[in-house]
Design a protein around this ligand. Structure first.
Ligand code: IFM
Length: 477
């Protein structure tokens, strides 16, 4: 690997006096099991919905699967060494449910747990705080066959699994996230079908969202009972939702999408209720008959922190008659009951995902959660960008990604200045990996992965981030 302490290719750090983050700010990077581990059949691991989905023709770009991915399962000690060289204070990873509890019920698989025990020990040995996510989308296939997240029993199975992981790792892992981005699991998995398991039923998506949150609440109760000292939270992906114009119709479109994207999860988890307007918007989709007495109390079991993943903003407009303006695109079917809302392209710079780059949206998002929902410590548990990378003379100079991180870290610092209790930031991602339906065609990593040789090359952004961590801050602009 090249020298991670080499000066950054772009001198962003050296413009003006430094801005500093609070002492103890938790600087990290994140990954997820199915995106990096590979070793899909090793040590008793059985298929998850993502194994099935990616092996189904036409589901992922190029038919890519996570069978090998970054081969992190076999290269873990080297990868942890790389994290240490970058100076990471924390590493956020997810546990593969079908690796540690094949089939999703019954006894733990000792061989699967052993991998995470070794990972955690390796991290601690390098002074890196492990941050464990229990569910980053890899539902064991037999649980999907039994109904998946739209089925209530899946929530109970998730709590059992959480207990099993807590029994094995609770003595060494302090930070726990139950779910990663339940919106994606529910609305991409069961609404649009763009993600595993690829089902397309709005009512199922809403039920899945509820049972994901129920599983979260039950898991928090189990973890709290066995590890009272643990820091427990959930990670939600949030978007500011802005109306395209001042018209009341566009404002209403923004309200609807905000309800589905953000308040669907924030309100039950942090307030113990579903928003009334959301329930009215979904009236043609579901009567919420799946919500039982006591569910919302379980879902709103007190937490220690909230994790927020931030990537971009949604700008939306009301349905229009006739020909669509070119900048408008129809929302995909991941918005049950609001499929006719238009998403608007503003023409601002975008990443390789076509996601608009909007750093002020991070400030808005953090301020909103703090102002409207909670005094709990907040963490940016993911933030990052895909860009096309090129290896030149063994180096990857990812100026665009570096600038993205830089602008969003400035936004994070501004939020702290405005009183938001932001305690840490995790770059997505440590390394290039399997980007779900996009396969390996989108690179989010600070570390380049050559998938043929599995060689890792820290990009300019990685060297820059190492320096940010070392200084606990950046230069003012
Ligand atoms: O790669 C994903 C990750 O798994 C969840 N959050 C968004 C990332 C980029 O799409």
């Amino acid at each position: 690997m090249s020298d991670p302490t080499r000066p950054p290719a772009v001198g962003v750090l050296d413009q003006g006096p430094a801005i500093t983050f609070p002492p103890g700010f938790l600087w990290g990077a994140a990954t997820a099991a199915y995106q990096i581990e590979g070793a899909a059949t090793a040590g008793g691991r059985t298929p998850s919905i993502w194994d099935t989905f990616s092996h189904t023709e036409g589901r992922t770009v190029g038919g890519h699967t996570g069978d090998v991915a970054c081969d992190h399962f076999h290269r873990m000690p080297d990868d942890v060494r790389l994290m240490a060289e970058l100076g990471l204070k924390s590493y956020r990873f997810s546990v593969s449910w079908p690796r540690v509890q094949p089939g999703g019920s019954g006894a733990a698989n000792a061989e699967g747990l052993d991998f995470y025990q070794r990972l955690v020990d390796e991290l601690l040995g390098h002074g890196i705080e492990p941050w464990l996510t229990l569910y980053h989308w890899d539902l064991p296939q037999p649980l999907e066959d039994a109904g998946g997240w739209p089925a209530r029993d899946t929530a109970a199975r998730f709590a059992d699994y959480a207990q099993l992981v807590a029994d094995a790792l609770g003595d060494r892992v302090r930070y726990w996230t139950t779910l990663n981005e339940p919106w994606c699991s529910a609305f991409l998995g069961y609404g649009s079908g763009a993600h595993a398991p690829g089902r397309t039923d709005g009512a199922d998506a809403v039920r899945a969202g509820h049972h994901l949150m129920l599983g979260h609440g039950l898991a928090v109760q189990a973890l709290r009972a066995s590890r009272p000292d643990a820091q427990l939270g959930i990670t939600v992906n949030l978007y500011p939702v802005t109306p395209a114009t001042d018209s009341p119709a566009d404002a209403d479109a923004a309200r609807r999408i905000d309800a589905l994207a953000n308040r669907f999860f924030l309100d039950p988890v942090l307030r113990g209720s579903y928003p009334a307007d959301l329930q009215a918007d979904l009236a043609s989709v579901t009567d919420f008959g799946h919500v039982r007495d006591g569910d919302l109390a379980t879902i709103s079991t007190p937490l220690d922190l909230v994790g927020i993943n931030y990537y971009s903003r949604h700008v939306v407009a009301a349905p229009v008659e006739g020909e669509q303006p070119e900048a408008y695109w129809r929302a995909p079917t991941c918005w049950p009951g609001s499929e006719d809302v238009r998403f608007v392209t503003r023409g601002v710079p975008v990443t390789d995902m076509d996601w608009e780059i909007d750093a002020p949206g991070l400030v808005e998002t953090l301020e909103r959660v703090h102002r409207d929902y909670t005094d709990l410590p907040l963490y940016v548990t993911e933030n990052g960008s895909a860009f096309v990378d090129t290896v030149v003379d063994g180096q990857v100079d990812d100026t665009d990604r570096l600038a993205y991180f830089d602008s969003h870290l400035r936004a994070a610092h501004a939020a702290i200045g405005a009183g938001v209790p932001l305690r840490g930031y995790f770059a997505w991602s440590l390394m290039d990996n399997f980007e779900w339906a996009w396969g390996y065609t989108k690179r989010f990593g600070m570390v380049y992965v050559d998938y043929d040789s599995q060689v890792r090359i820290p990009k300019s952004s990685a060297r820059w981030y190492a320096e940010v961590i070392r200084r606990n801050g950046l230069a003012a602009q």
